[in-house]
Design a protein around this ligand. Structure first.
Ligand code: PMP
Length: 436
């Protein structure tokens, strides 16, 4: 049996950094990434046979818990009939109908394989629809790794402390205006100055890639109002929040709480594919029909709408009933409370932010007690304290995101036993964080 360290060494000799997505390499927290062998419910087992309670949940998709028997059975059944056809299947339509039933504004839906593709296509679509080139994104929001969306991005770009990426042509960067998140005045100003050149705004439904930073009340609705006033479109990125922050995503959660607004396009990923490579964009029919073959905006994919991915997504959404979301919300409240109590007891200054059931913490004395509302504030947290906390939790058998700029995820499988493991690990981790 190889150790994690041996596997990491071997991987690094043939894969850059030993990983296929940067944050997995533990670059900011140091140490050896766990090489995972299997997962079930809320648990992961690494190559050394050690079990971990998992609060990463494959960065969001695992809403029902890892390897849910009904999802696995559906995928196995589909696999026995062929892995990919490159032709339409009825399951794609069924999944599109399920998405539309939850998010009626997604009148038409196109499936792709990654969130990156979904947002990249949505951007092309709003440019095609308006004939304008400029787009607006917000600092600390992450929308995948396409050229135009990497400026001041969250997630791995934030973890690595990078302003953007090498290899992005200056001409592409010049078409992306980056504004501070949660700053309605800055948005008004940008549109006042260049409104007739701006195709639209892309925003995470709730920011969750600089840690969780929910929109201030009225911010998302203001984006809708301002874009509409200038003939620009609004893309709400629900890749991370969609079908997780509620049956209709964070957009649905906001509607329920009285903040009503109608974006032109939605992007989905993660939960919509139930752990398989699947993502989607959806929106008003007349905008979506601009996509080829009905319209002039080109987009395609050999594996788009893959039969294993669509059935995994469909079965996951079918399992994700209102009860599931209620349980997730209740558990999230409970887990956040336990976390807050232990941090307080150890004397660690902290802010815990949440967007419905999604949450993360910001350690250190700098973040104001009244919250962390943008990327500038998120970056003032004490990353070293998080590193100490992270490793103490890992040593106690709890797998947290290896970066202080990521959300923590629960699943329907995170039961009382899981909470016990979490609660027992916390005091030591909080004491470790207090020493930094
Ligand atoms: N948008 C958001 C809001 C995301 O959180 C992510 C990934 N974390 C993406 C887009 C990109 O998705 P993918 O990693 O599947 O390309």
């Amino acid at each position: 049996m190889s150790s994690n360290a041996e596997l990491f060494d071997e991987a690094r000799s043939v894969i850059p950094g030993g990983v296929d997505s940067p944050v997995r390499a533990y670059g900011s927290v140091g140490g050896v990434p766990r090489f995972i062998q299997r997962a079930s419910g809320p648990w992961l087992w690494d190559a050394e046979g050690t079990r971990y309670l998992d609060l990463v949940c494959t960065w969001g998709p695992s809403l029902m818990g890892h390897a849910h028997p009904q999802v696995i059975a559906a995928v196995q059944d589909a696999a026995s009939r062929g892995l990919s056809f490159g032709a339409p299947t009825a399951t794609e339509t069924e999944l599109a109908e399920e998405v539309r039933s939850r998010v009626p504004l997604a009148q038409k839906i196109r499936f792709v394989s990654t969130g990156t593709e979904a947002t990249m296509t949505a951007i092309r679509l709003i440019r095609g629809a308006t004939g304008r080139d400029l787009i607006i994104k917000f600092a600390g929001n992450y929308h995948g790794h396409s050229d135009g969306l990497l400026a001041e991005a969250g997630s791995g770009v934030a973890t690595a402390g990078m302003p953007g990426s090498a290899g992005v042509p200056a001409g592409v960067t010049a078409s992306t205006l980056v504004l501070p998140y949660n700053d309605e005045a800055a948005l008004e100003e940008a549109f006042a100055a260049r409104g007739d050149q701006i195709a639209g705004v892309i925003v995470e439904a709730s920011a969750a890639n600089m840690g969780v930073v929910p929109p201030r009340p009225g911010f998302n609705a203001a984006i809708r109002r301002i874009t509409a006033e200038h003939g620009a479109l609004m893309i709400i990125d629900e890749v991370l929040t969609g079908f997780r922050c509620g049956p209709s995503g964070f957009w649905g959660f906001q509607q329920q709480n009285g903040e009503r607004f109608e974006p032109d396009l939605f992007t989905f990923g993660k939960v919509v594919g139930g752990g398989m490579p699947l993502a989607a964009l959806g929106g008003r029919a007349e905008v979506m029909d601009l996509l080829a073959p009905t319209g002039p905006v080109y987009q395609a994919g050999t594996l788009s709408g893959n039969p294993l991915a669509t059935i995994a997504g469909l079965r996951t959404l079918q399992l994700a009933t209102d009860d599931v979301y209620q349980r997730l919300d209740d558990r999230s409240d409970q887990w956040r409370q336990v976390l807050a109590e232990q941090l307080e007891r150890a004397g660690v200054p902290f802010v815990i932010n949440n967007a419905s059931n999604l949450f993360s913490m910001f350690l250190g004395s700098t973040p104001a007690r009244d919250g962390v509302a943008d990327y500038r504030q998120a970056k003032t947290q004490n990353a070293e304290a998080y590193t100490a906390f992270f490793h103490a939790m890992l040593d106690a058998g709890v797998n947290l995101p290896p970066s202080c700029f990521e959300a923590w995820f629960l699943s329907d499988a995170h039961d009382d036993q899981a909470l016990e493991v979490f609660s027992e690990a916390l005091p030591g981790a909080c004491r470790a964080a207090a020493k930094v």
